[in-house]
Structure formats: structure tokens, C-alpha cells
Design a protein around this ligand. Structure first.
Ligand SMILES: Nc1ncnc2c1ncn2[C@@H]1O[C@H](COP(=O)(O)OP(=O)(O)O)[C@@H](O)[C@H]1O
Ligand SMILES: O=P(O)(O)OC[C@H]1O[C@](O)(COP(=O)(O)O)[C@@H](O)[C@@H]1O
Ligand SMILES: [Mg+2]
Length: 555
């Protein structure tokens, strides 16, 4: 297939406004670039053509925004408040790259699809609700196959790595990247990096073929292994360079994508023709911008089994109370959705909504009311909830990636409820505590997540083949988009307790909002009476300080 170069085919028109934090009032034009500030170096020229495709407004308007060598993305401003937060492209820093006709054109499964290739002008809007006279707002580049690709099939030397905690669907994403590269782009050189980021420099690689990955989506976990910590940018990029890898698919959560972002920076600094693509993974659904993360749906579904069990136990016991802990370090999405789905839950506690135990409007008052009305109740608690109540001195312990280790709120809460009702109120209660967290995380993805994982993997493969880099892929309002790293690593997606969804939950459970504590329930001097074990530390024992507990009971 004849290749053609797309070097500066079309001069960008006049420089336009640049929006965002990095704008400079005194920007000057430099070829196809707008030099945002005098201090910001301008690198190689940006080609604005798209092979045989007629270049359109978006490609003409792309502007690189840099500061002291750090890459902040390409921002394009159009009419009526249109803003495109574009993603990097290999041609941003490498000139003279050849393009090739996308092999999908000759693929018997795909060639019959009308308008199979994504129009280079297509963007996905971030805000789907707009007002008649409002600005068009932020957009992202639409994901999908391009007519021209920047890699020949036999030139591709791809690798896949999985990092961070487990999540249902990891194996499906691995499978579909391998099959996507192989079936759609005839790529046969794909490597698995073992054991997360450290595997780049501390482990051997595994050759991945469509045959090898054929059944892996039926298994939980990740066939590649995963780890926390061990991110060493220089060693990782040295390994990529030494192994002549030119497409890197990085499956992981917020920490992983921060790591991917610095890998991309280093790749770019070395002017390597290597496409870095992130596939967002988080069971907690804490990655912003995208609609939801893979595995979340599976987790919510699996959580129903634990909630059902808790409900059965609670219904059958005298003053039965079921407590279920679900994952959610900083974001209570699994707990919120599992509660809404179940309808058997009487109270859902999440990190975003601080709660208190004693006094009017507190949890104990609500439990008393529900036991009186209904004879039983179910509480769902996200693992990150109530951390501030449990210990007056912060534990200041982190995992190898730097994530704060959490105290076990489920154990603590169960003990507090038992203490209050059995010892203080002298009531008979039957409390069962269920912690299904790792069981939920370990299962394979459900049908809907499997389809979603397939789309994510294929969108990443199309993007890398088309030369895009330095970004993640994910659905934004139902359509898959390429989103620059910086948009997803600076913030976390959290439940907004002033939104309608949380109000729906409050209305379905009828639980207190805990917004106006009349009396602070936890006496600061006594918060340590029950010291819960660290969730992630098997050696830390749960104990009750008998003397302090006795003092408390005598009051
Ligand atoms: N700020 C960071 N910069 C570079 N690498 C990071 C950063 N945060 C985490 N990582 C690396 O990303 C990997 C996974 O991070 P972690 O927080 O454990 O999981 P997740 O990606 O699921 O959030 C680890 O190998 C860790 O070293
Ligand atoms: O015990 P581990 O492996 O550190 O994982 C615990 C954490 O992993 C998660 O499931 C997901 O976290 P990440 O997405 O950051 O990996 C959290 O909900 C939980 O706190
Ligand atoms: Mg994380």
C-alpha cells in the first residue's frame, strides 16, 4: 500500500483564542502553533492534514499548550463557546511520519459498514444538557477507527500492562486488545507485561496471541498479574525503548493513569514513536469525565448477593441488623447504586456524606426507629465512610502506591451498634456483619461489562493505530472519546450529595441526611475505645479496650 507523508500539508489559519489555565495574553503565532507564552517551548510542527481526508476545522485549529516542557494538551476554541480538549498525536513531536490506509478497509467483517471511519471533525460533548443560548462547552475527540493509520501492521510491537487493584473485566480488556490488534489490524507482536509497572524492568514479557487469550474473559483477576508501587519512569521508558515497543496499553485506575501520564511525557521528551494509551480501570468508579468504569456494573450486581444475605439474616433474627461493607475508598458509588438497586437497604453510608451515631438525627436513633417499625434493618457502608470518626490520631499509613490505608469501618460500626444496643440500651439484637469486598472484586465481568470492555479495548486500539497518544479512552454521554490524561488525573469522581441521585437514595431508604448534627456524637476523648484493624493489613488485630469501655458504660 502506498504511503504518503502528511507533513504540514496545510497551514493553520490565524491563531485563535486559547482558553484554560495556560493561556497567555501575548501569544504569537509560530507556523501551525500558537506559542502560548514566551516561556513555553514550541516543539516540532503539527501536521494538520489527515492523509487523503479533507482536513476540517478541528484539525486546523489544534494548538499545543506547553509550559517548561510539560505538556498540557491541545485546546481548540470554536464558535459559540465550543472548546475541544484534544489529545496528543505522534505528529505533534515527530515530523515526517508516514500514513497508511487502514487495513479495516479490506476486512470482510467491517468493510460493509457504511461510514465506518470516524470523521476527523467528530467530537463528543461533555455537557449533554444545554440551554438555548448557552455556550457549546467542552468536547473531546471521538474515538474510533480512522481512514489513515500511522503504523504498518508488521511494524507494531505492542504491550499491555495491568496495574493497581483488581477489577472485574481486566481479562476481557486484555483479550479484546489482543484480538482487536490481531483481527482488525493484522498485528501479531503483542507482549504482556507481568505484575504491573515494575514488570517493565523486573520481569520477562509474555507473548500474547488471540489463541492464548481466547478464554481469559471467563476468569476473574488479570492473567498478567498486577501490583501497587514500583513506578520508575526512567526504567520503564528505557525498557520500552530497549524492547522497541511502539504501542503501550496501560489498564489501571487513577494512580496508574498518573503513572501513564509521566511515561508519556518521557516518551515525548525522547521523541519516540510510541503511542501511550490508558484504559481506565476502577471498581470504585472514581475516574472523572467518563460515564462509568468497567467492572462497576458487575460489582453492583454482585453486591446484591451480599445485601440479600444480610437482609435474610436480619429478617430472621430478633431485632435483626445486617451490615454489609462494600468497596469505595473515596467514592461511594458502589454502595449508592447497590442500595438503589436492592431496595432492601435501610441506610447507606458513604465517604462523601459524613454521619454520626448518637443524638437526634444520628444513626442510633434511626436504627431504633427502624427496629421498632420493621423489626430489622440493613446497613450498607462504603469502606471509606466514617474514617474520621474512628480514630483521633490519623494512622498515616499508605500502601506501596501511596494510597491511604483505611480502617475497617464495617467492623467498627458493627461493634459500636452492638455496644450501644446490647450494653447501653440493654436490648437483644442479632447483628451479622458481611464483608464481601474481595469476593466482589475477584469475579469475572458480567455480560454488559464484557461488551463495554470490548468497546474500550477496540477504541484504544483504533486510537493507537491512528497515532493518538497520551490519553485514555472512555464513554462520555454514551459515546467513546479520547480524553487527555490531565483531565482525569487531577480530580476524582465522587457522589455529589446535593445531586438528585443521592436525594433519590435518601428518599428510597428514608435514612437521615446527617446534615445537621445537633450533638456531636463522638466524644473526642473516647474515639479510641474501639480500635478497628486496618482494612488492608491482615496482621492488625481488632480489639476492644475493656477498661475504657467499662468507664463508658458506667457513665
Ligand atoms: N502519582 C503517581 N505517579 C506515578 N505513578 C503512580 C502514581 N500514583 C500511582 N502510581 C503507580 O500506578 C500504579 C497503580 O496505582 P494504584 O494507586 O495502586 O492503583 P490504581 O491505578 O488502581 O489507582 C502503581 O504501580 C503506582 O506506583
Ligand atoms: O487491598 P488492595 O489490593 O490494596 O485494594 C483495596 C482497594 O482497591 C480498590 O478496590 C480499588 O482501588 P484502585 O482502583 O485504586 O486499585 C479500593 O476500593 C480498595 O480500597
Ligand atoms: Mg486508585
Amino acid at each position: 500500500m502506498e504511503s504518503r507523508q502528511v507533513k504540514n500539508e496545510i497551514e493553520a489559519p490565524v491563531p485563535r483564542r486559547v482558553v484554560g489555565l495556560y493561556s497567555c495574553p501575548d501569544h504569537s503565532s509560530s507556523g501551525n502553533f500558537v506559542d502560548i507564552a514566551a516561556c513555553m517551548p514550541v516543539r516540532a510542527p503539527t501536521p494538520v492534514g489527515f492523509g487523503d481526508v479533507e482536513p476540517r476545522a478541528i484539525s486546523k485549529m489544534s494548538e499545543n499548550v506547553e509550559n517548561d516542557g510539560d505538556y498540557f494538551g491541545k485546546i481548540v476554541v470554536g464558535d459559540d463557546g465550543f472548546v475541544l480538549q484534544d489529545v496528543p498525536h505522534l505528529t505533534d513531536y515527530i515530523s515526517d511520519l508516514s500514513t497508511h490506509t487502514n487495513p479495516l478497509q479490506h476486512n470482510k467483517s467491517y468493510s460493509s459498514v457504511k461510514q465506518y471511519f470516524v470523521d476527523p471533525d467528530d467530537t463528543i460533548t461533555q455537557n449533554i444538557v444545554v440551554q438555548k443560548d448557552g455556550p457549546r462547552g467542552i468536547h473531546f475527540r471521538r474515538a474510533g477507527p480512522r481512514q489513515q493509520v500511522y503504523f504498518k501492521s508488521d511494524e507494531v510491537n505492542a504491550c499491555i500492562v495491568t496495574c493497581g487493584g483488581l477489577c472485574p473485566g481486566l481479562n476481557t480488556v486484555i483479550r479484546e486488545i489482543v484480538c482487536g490488534l490481531s483481527y482488525m489490524y493484522n498485528v501479531n507482536t503483542i507482549w504482556g507485561i507481568e505484575c504491573g509497572y515494575k514488570g517493565f524492568y523486573a520481569r520477562n514479557t509474555i507473548p500474547l496471541t488471540s489463541k492464548y487469550v481466547n478464554d481469559i474473559h471467563k476468569r476473574g483477576g488479570t492473567i498478567l498479574g498486577t501490583s501497587r508501587g514500583g513506578h520508575d519512569t526512567i526504567k520503564i521508558v528505557d525498557s520500552i525503548q530497549d524492547r522497541k515497543i511502539n504501542q503501550v496499553y496501560i489498564i489501571g485506575g487513577d494512580g496508574t493513569q498518573k503513572g501513564a501520564s509521566v511515561i508519556f511525557e518521557e516518551i515525548r521528551r525522547r521523541d519516540l514513536k510510541v503511542s501511550i494509551f490508558g484504559i481506565p480501570k476502577t471498581i470504585d468508579n472514581d475516574i472523572p469525565v467518563i460515564d462509568r468504569s468497567f467492572g462497576f456494573d458487575t460489582a453492583v450486581e454482585e453486591a446484591q448477593r451480599a445485601i440479600n444475605a444480610a437482609h435474610v439474616e436480619a429478617q430472621s433474627g430478633e431485632n435483626g441488623i445486617g451490615v454489609v461493607k462494600l468497596m469505595g475508598r473515596n467514592s461511594g458509588y458502589i454502595a449508592m447504586h447497590a442500595t438503589l438497586a436492592s431496595r432492601d437497604v435501610d441506610c447507606c453510608l458513604i465517604p462523601e456524606s459524613p454521619f454520626y451515631l448518637e443524638g437526634p438525627g444520628g444513626l442510633f436513633e434511626y436504627i431504633t426507629k427502624r427496629l421498632r417499625e420493621n423489626g430489622h434493618l440493613v446497613i450498607v457502608v462504603a469502606e471509606g465512610a466514617g474514617q474520621e470518626l474512628m480514630s483521633e490520631q490519623s494512622i498515616n499509613m499508605t500502601d506501596a502506591s501511596g494510597n491511604n490505608l483505611l480502617l475497617d469501618v464495617g467492623m467498627w460500626l458493627s461493634q459500636k451498634i452492638k455496644d450501644h444496643f446490647t450494653n447501653i440500651r440493654k436490648m437483644v439484637i442479632t447483628l451479622k456483619y458481611i464483608d464481601p469486598t474481595y469476593m466482589i472484586r475477584a469475579i469475572p465481568s458480567n455480560a454488559s461489562d464484557n461488551v463495554y470492555c470490548t468497546l474500550l479495548a477496540q477504541s484504544a486500539v483504533h486510537g493507537a493505530m491512528a497515532g493518538y497518544t497520551g490519553c485514555i479512552v472512555g464513554p462520555v454521554n454514551g459515546r467513546h472519546a479520547y480524553i487527555p490524561f490531565h483531565r482525569i488525573i487531577d480530580t476524582q469522581n465522587k457522589v455529589v450529595i446535593t445531586d438528585r441521585m443521592w436525594a433519590r437514595l435518601l428518599s428510597s431508604t428514608n435514612q437521615p441526611s446527617f446534615l445537621n448534627p445537633v450533638k456531636k456524637d463522638v466524644d473526642e476523648k473516647k474515639v479510641d475505645t474501639v480500635t478497628p484493624r486496618l482494612s488492608n493489613s491482615p496482621t492488625f488485630n481488632y480489639y476492644i479496650d475493656e477498661d475504657v469501655l467499662e468507664d463508658q458504660l458506667l457513665q
